[in-house]
Design a protein around this ligand. Structure first.
Ligand SMILES: Nc1ncnc2c1ncn2[C@@H]1O[C@H](COP(=O)(O)OP(=O)(O)O)[C@@H](O)[C@H]1O
Ligand SMILES: [Mg+2]
Length: 468
């Protein structure tokens, strides 16, 4: 089954209205559904589909292996010569011969792997595009990869491709509503809390969502995915970090570890790693941000009205947060099949970790909140948690005319103190001419009746309403 991604599919489909071929880049974290999206696009538009994927680089492989694999995959799908070409010029020429006049989607997948051993690969591709591929009017060529930084450096920001690209798709986590569809008909019968707890661990990553067994409890699902030796969540972190970042994977995993304790600026990250603040760390943070693991929060300080001084980075991938907190420390036990686990509540600090994971889930889904807050037509200046010594806001939405403070709560019983807490925050920010202050509560649990009766919050959003 294929769920969601309507906007991206629409953007891709619109390319068929043009009378010129299209060159598309598609990037995003591994397992997020890039390859599947492209295949679905080809299927829905009944196009011919040619897919060639780079081999994951490893020791003892070389450019010749990439070329040989390219030729084999092409021959398997289109017939003809499967002998290895000697260089990428010839490989692309061979592909070109197989593209006819009908609607064709060509996917060059994990392209950074394909071009890994040949520094001239991007330029060779560009020449092939200009001289060969561009002649096919009914062609959509999609360059796809998990190493987002490679695609940006070599294609998106490469002047050689200026004016050539038609579309750049960044594939992100599926929104909550779409995630719930992985429960199928069981979604209605399942307690919201169970769904939210699983999503707090997986995030909206389809590869993890498809492993969910809706007939089982959240605890049992999480046990199977995370705490058994070959569980997808027990093994995937290592796998991602071996793949997605071609240079110095170690520092990136360490940065995520540093951020798992809370958001930090570059200097804070450097200090946590016991290193001097350096361009190296900033670059690694940027790569993590592009790959979708980390978010950089900017915006305006609501108390002073001035832009915040320094970007703060936050670990925004729910799976990575859970992995670093619970799975990594127990890997040895898990590997031996000896990790005993009776219920989720037995995990140390579970409730507070899940509270934070829920906040993160809501922040990642802030777009879904906007219509409920009357902000769907406003230009947002920022949407991020705001945390300074004297003011902590779970999610702060800023437009030029308004500030909306969103409190996010996951608790069985939510009491009246949420109102006093919020009133205190509003008091700290204070009124300012030309700017209105709004408040909202997003919750998972049951609200004390006085909260609704009092009408303090401008919006009360039950997380359940974002799942259906
Ligand atoms: N929109 C979707 N709906 C349902 N399942 C999906 C969707 N996107 C991806 N998947 C599933 O998730 C898994 C990972 O997707 P994939 O396209 O391989 O990710 P990527 O190419 O980004 O690494 C696949 O097994 C696929 O079946
Ligand atoms: Mg893929």
């Amino acid at each position: 089954m294929f769920y969601g991604r309507d906007d991206q599919l629409e953007a891709l489909m619109a390319l068929w209205n043009k009378r010129v071929p299209s060159l598309v880049t598609c990037r995003g974290r591994r397992r997020i559904g890039k390859s599947t999206l492209v295949a679905e696009f080809a299927r829905r538009t009944s196009s011919r589909f040619i897919k060639i994927e780079g081999l994951r680089p490893k020791e003892k492989l070389s450019n010749a292996d990439e070329l040989a694999s390219f030729a084999r995959q092409l021959a398997r799908q289109t017939g003809g010569d499967d002998t290895p070409p000697t260089d990428w010029d010839r490989a692309f020429a061979r592909l070109d011969e197989k593209i006819g006049t009908g609607k064709t989607v060509v996917l060059l997948d994990e392209i950074s792997w394909m071009g890994h051993y040949d520094a001239a690969f991007p330029e060779t591709f560009k020449v092939a595009w200009d001289n060969l591929f561009k002649r096919h009017q009914r062609l959509v060529m999609i360059l796809c990869g998990s190493v987002s930084s490679w695609i940006r450096e070599n294609i998106v920001d490469n002047g050689a491709f200026a004016g050539r690209r038609s579309l750049d798709i960044v594939v992100r986590e599926l929104p909550l509503r779409v995630c719930a569809r992985f429960w199928g008909a069981a979604a209605e019968r399942t307690d919201v809390r169970e769904i939210i707890d699983i999503l707090s661990v997986t995030g909206g990553v389809p590869r993890y969502l498809e492993e969910i067994d809706p007939a089982l409890s959240a605890a049992e699902n999480i046990r199977r995915m995370a705490f058994l030796p070959n569980g997808i969540l027990a093994t995937d972190f290592e796998d991602i970090f071996r793949d997605a970042f071609d240079r110095s994977p170690g520092i990136r995993a360490d940065i995520l570890r540093a951020l798992s304790g809370g958001p930090k600026n570059v200097a804070g990250v450097a200090a946590a790693l016991g290193r001097a603040k350096s361009g190296h760390i900033s670059a690694a943070l940027e790569t993590l941000e592009e790959a979708g693991f980390v978010s950089a929060d900017e915006g305006v300080n609501p108390e002073t009205g001035t832009p915040v001084q320094q970007k703060r980075y936050r670990l925004s991938d729910n799976y990575a947060r859970f992995y670093l907190r619970y799975i990594e420390p127990a890997l040895k036990m898990i590997g031996k099949g000896a990790y005993a686990f009776a219920s989720l509540d037995q995990l140390e600090g579970w409730d507070s970790v899940m509270g934070l994971a829920f906040e993160n889930l809501v922040v990642n889904n802030f777009r879904e909140l906007l219509p409920r807050l009357g902000l769907d037509r406003s230009l947002l200046l920022s949407a991020a948690p705001f945390r300074r010594k004297n003011l902590q806001v779970d999610l702060l939405l800023q437009t030029s005319l308004s500030l909306c403070l969103v409190e996010v709560k996951r608790r069985k019983e939510i009491g009246r103190e949420v109102v006093t807490d919020m009133a205190e925050k509003i008091g700290k920010i204070g009124k300012r001419p030309g700017r209105s202050l709004k408040t909202a509560l997003v919750y998972c649990g049951s609200l004390h009746p006085s909260i609704e009766a009092e009408g303090y919050f401008d919006a009360l959003i039950d997380i359940r309403s974002l799942l259906v």
